[in-house]
Design a protein around this ligand. Structure first.
Ligand SMILES: NC(=O)c1ccc[n+]([C@@H]2O[C@H](COP(=O)([O-])OP(=O)(O)OC[C@H]3O[C@@H](n4cnc5c(N)ncnc54)[C@H](OP(=O)(O)O)[C@@H]3O)[C@@H](O)[C@H]2O)c1
Length: 428
């Protein structure tokens, strides 16, 4: 029986769950893959920390980097996290020393994936990162294998469970942003520092990885990123009244041979599939030819779902399946020029909180007219007691640069009470 010696570095939420899973399921994994996974070594930062796993004395490595040098290690599983520091050192050294690597680290792959893939290819070892994007949703293996026949024109969806939980709870329970964020932290859906989830960075890393796989390109940093911090309950109520839901979506799309990557809160029709994805779930929608539209939905994070993805990667290595990390040899991957969304057109939702006095509405509509953005729908909700009025405008499609010009111009007006809002609408 063939054997594969594994070192797991990082024994936190994910590493300790994976450790137990591998021990319990060693037999079935061996049978399915015709090769036995053996956890030879483990390492983490603090040896004395109490853990819910039984580590044998000879399994613990005091220096995690030793795993990259030991002859009896074939595969290193990096579960430390972060794009720099120990995770980066570990993965670079492992690949240079011809060890296979499995990682759940989206930040590392989004930043150094191209260089790492180059080293893996040269040294004929695997670099697998299914768990880095959307936890248990097997999107990377689907793109690399199940959907290999397809020319992908668009991939989009909900790639962050924390922000989806916040937006859907604000909608369903009519709670404020901070109140929902606190409950998300209590329930373990948000980290104590949830900034990467809320400012769109987490989705941005995942989207970069997915679009490079979809368009056979190198990772590309031309990406528009906006998080959910400015969304309030009034926007959510307005969206409902207009027949929409607000979701934080990531999009990578090819339009007339130009590729756009963007992450932002989006108004989507409330009868669409994505609108129905609530809570911590993730959903990925792929438009491909010849397959048409494919959808995969599932748990986007957490130890169980992430371990499902890690085991898929480990099994691929157990079967001795050496593949290019990004599907193609680095020589075949393209240096595509991705476009800024400035010149992509959208219809949009604007919200202006203004002093309720004559002339304001006509001043605003004039600014739209001057920027050649045509208005599809306008709703004005006056609050006579406070002498303010909320103006909601839905536009026809217009270049993003003009929508932003309007936002900036109106924001400077003396009649504006709070920062104006612009939320792009997804028509499909
Ligand atoms: N949590 C999720 O739901 C989820 C989902 C998908 C992907 N991921 C990714 O999975 C990875 C791990 O996440 P996690 O939630 O398991 O993180 P975590 O609970 O914070 O665990 C991190 C582990 O790394 C170890 N570590 C930190 N610094 C180290 C160093 N200098 N040397 C050696 N070990 C070090 C820690 O050691 P100690 O235990 O001794 O402190 C800990 O065991 C991250 O890349 C994350 O983005 C997580």
């Amino acid at each position: 029986m063939r054997k594969l010696n594994i070192a797991i570095v990082g024994l936190g939420n994910i590493g300790s769950y994976l450790f137990n899973y591998l021990n319990i399921n060693k037999k079935i994994l061996t049978e399915k893959n015709n090769c036995m996974p053996i956890i030879k070594y483990v390492s983490a930062k603090n040896k004395k920390k109490e853990r819910n796993i039984k580590i044998k004395r000879d399994q613990w490595l005091d220096n995690y980097l030793l795993a990259t040098k030991l002859k009896d290690v074939d595969l290193i599983i990096e579960l430390i996290g972060g794009s720099e520091g120990p995770a980066k050192k570990l993965v670079f050294n492992a690949l240079r020393n011809k060890k296979h690597v499995v990682t759940a680290n989206k930040a590392l792959i989004a930043k150094y994936g191209d260089t790492l893939a180059n080293i893996a290819e040269k040294n004929k070892v695997n670099l697998e990162f299914e768990a880095s994007v959307c936890g248990g949703v097997p999107i990377i293996r689907s793109l690399k294998e199940g959907l290999i026949a397809n020319k992908i024109s668009k991939i989009y969806g909900i790639f962050n469970g924390t922000s989806n939980y916040i937006l859907s709870s604000m909608d369903k329970q009519n709670q404020g942003f901070n109140e929902v964020l606190d409950s998300a932290k209590r329930l373990g859906y948000a980290e104590s520092n949830p900034s990467a989830d809320l400012n769109g960075d987490d989705v941005s890393s995942k989207l970069k990885i997915l679009s490079s796989l979809c368009f056979n390109s190198f990772l590309n940093n031309e990406i528009y990123v906006e998080g959910i911090k400015n969304i309030d309950n009034t926007d959510i109520d307005n969206a409902n009244k207009l027949g929409y839901k607000i979701k934080l979506l990531g999009f990578a799309e090819s339009i007339n041979n130009k590729i756009y990557q963007r992450v932002h809160p989006t108004l989507i029709k409330n009868d669409s599939y994505v609108a129905s994805i609530d809570g911590v779930l993730n959903a990925v929608i792929i438009d491909g030819n010849p397959v048409g539209q494919s959808i995969i939905q599932g748990e986007g994070a957490g130890p169980a779902a992430t371990t499902s993805a890690l085991i898929s990667d480990i099994s691929s290595i157990l079967r001795g399946n050496i593949k290019f990390p990004f599907s193609l040899s680095n020589k075949e991957r393209k240096k595509l020029k991705f476009k800024s969304i400035n010149k992509r057109d959208f219809s949009a939702y604007f919200r202006f909180e203004v002093i309720d006095k004559p002339g304001v509405l006509s001043n605003i509509t004039n600014i739209f007219f001057k920027n050649k953005v045509s208005i599809k729908r306008l709703v004005q909700n006056p609050n006579k007691n406070k002498q303010i009025s909320s103006i909601i405008i839905i536009t026809h499609k217009s270049l993003d640069m003009f929508l932003n010009k309007i936002l900036k111009e109106v924001a400077k007006k003396k009649y504006i009470k709070t920062r104006p809002k612009l939320i792009r609408i997804n028509e499909s």
